[in-house]
Design a protein around this ligand. Structure first.
Ligand SMILES: Cc1cc2nc3c(=O)[nH]c(=O)nc-3n(C[C@H](O)[C@H](O)[C@H](O)COP(=O)(O)OP(=O)(O)OC[C@H]3O[C@@H](n4cnc5c(N)ncnc54)[C@H](O)[C@@H]3O)c2cc1C
Length: 389
């Protein structure tokens, strides 16, 4: 192995170990990286760099064999090299599918986990060519660190004891496909709600639910013990919400999120459907008048039709309390998707220094971000909490 090749292998595996550590979802990493999304973006870049460096290492090694068929086929008798080829194949599959946005969340997750197999194949490859020097000790330490990170990110959250066990207090229908879920905390638990517009991962433990963790924005007041959510029935678990019974167990992990850490002087919210939840979390606080005193708030709320609206009475009450709240409804079944003409009109109403919050389904967020970009809005002013895979 040449010095260059071993340097690529060393840096590649270090970068991969780092990416495994950066895949750990925790309240602490959310705080340090100012949001799980930033953490997962770093996870993505360190993993991509690691894989690229490992491919360079492989390319140098293959090139050193002179591309002769005889020497290449001889490799198949060498178990250490077979592990290397297996890692390369698995990495190719993971990289290929990671780029497909339209993939179903669960399928994407399963394919992504093949990266863990690739990691262990790399470790087996190193073990097969072990030596008694400091480099091998370093690789063993990296192997242990990466494996511990996998246990923390993939195995521990699946345990029944993971998260805080809340109980269902009530489930009410808000419209034909949105349910309000209120959870009461165990007696020992202090309030989890620390800020507005934060979200929690929930795991429904009742029969027939998948026991996967799902993120939902919390609508409760800060320091309130109970957790309140408005959840749209979309897939496997959310379509079964009406089957939840009082006192059913729901595990809670969080809070996460940094969408709205402080009230800005001028706020523009562009939200779609239940994407209004982070805004409602701010506006439903008991001290909303004080929070938004002398502040301007402009809202464009896109919904398919009026039947899709939630908490209409509450919004009317808030409008009375906050005369400066400019709430504009955009019915897509009548007017089509929000367009740049309409957005321009809203942008002229707000100050250039407005903080802009965009929330809703991933397609909606992408559409609005493109419109804002075409209007040359400073991207630092745009805040989103997008889908986290
Ligand atoms: C930060 C954040 C806050 C959210 N807040 C709310 C909320 O307040 N109310 C609400 O109704 N929805 C919210 N969502 C979306 C919600 O997480 C998904 O609708 C939910 O996970 C679907 O679960 P399911 O089992 O019914 O769907 P599945 O059958 O698992 O999949 C249906 C679709 O739901 C989406 N989805 C599934 N799992 C996740 C996941 N872990 N992260 C993101 N999207 C996923 C995917 O697009 C998938 O195609 C939020 C998402 C994020 C990222």
């Amino acid at each position: 192995m040449t010095d260059l090749s071993s340097a690529f292998a060393l840096m590649g595996l270090t970068s991969l170990a780092l990416s495994l550590i950066l895949s750990i979802r925790s309240a602490c990493s959310d705080k340090v990286f100012k949001g799980l999304r930033n953490l997962f973006i770093l996870h993505h870049y360190t993993a991509t760099t690691g894989i690229a460096l490992i491919f360079f290492h492989g390319a140098i090694e293959v090139a050193s064999l002179g591309f002769e068929l005889e020497s290449l086929t001889a490799q198949w008798q060498e178990p250490g090299l077979l592990w290397a080829w297996m890692a390369v194949l698995l990495f190719i599959v993971v990289v290929y599918f990671a780029r497909i946005n339209s993939l179903k969340h669960k399928t994407w997750l399963r394919i992504h986990r093949l990266g863990i197999l690739a990691w262990f194949s790399c470790l087996m490859h190193i073990y097969a060519f072990r030596s008694n020097d400091w480099l091998f000790t370093y690789y063993v330490s990296l192997g242990l660190l990466g494996t511990m990170a996998i246990v923390r990110s993939q195995i521990l959250p699946q345990l029944a004891c993971w998260g805080v066990p809340f109980k269902v207090k009530s489930v009410n229908s808000l419209n034909s496909n949105v349910f309000e879920l209120i959870l009461s905390p165990p007696a020992s638990e202090n309030s989890l709600v620390t800020s507005t517009a934060q979200y929690y991962y929930l795991r429904f433990c009742s029969k027939n639910f998948s026991r996967q963790w799902h993120p939902f924005t919390c609508l409760s007041n800060i320091n309130e013990g109970e957790l309140k959510f408005a959840i749209k029935t979309l897939g496997n678990d959310t379509q079964q919400l009406e089957n939840l019974k009082i006192n059913d167990r729901v595990d809670v992990e969080g809070p996460f999120g940094h969408l709205h850490e402080r009230v800005a002087d001028h706020e523009l919210w562009i939200v779609g459907g239940v994407g209004i939840n982070p805004l409602l979390s701010c506006l439903m606080q008991g001290n909303v008048e004080k929070m938004y005193e002398k502040k301007n708030i402009h809202v464009i709320h896109a919904v398919e039709d009026e039947k899709s609206l939630i908490y209409q009475n509450e919004i009317e009450e808030i409008k009375k309390k906050l005369p400066q709240l400019d709430y504009q409804l955009w019915i897509t079944s009548q007017k089509g998707f929000l367009n740049s003409f309409e957005l321009k009109k809203s942008l002229t109403k707000v100050s250039k220094n407005s903080e802009i919050y965009v929330a809703g389904p991933p397609l909606f967020i992408n559409h609005v971000k493109k419109l804002l970009k075409s209007e040359k809005v400073n991207y630092k002013k745009i805040h989103t909490e997008e889908k986290i895979k």
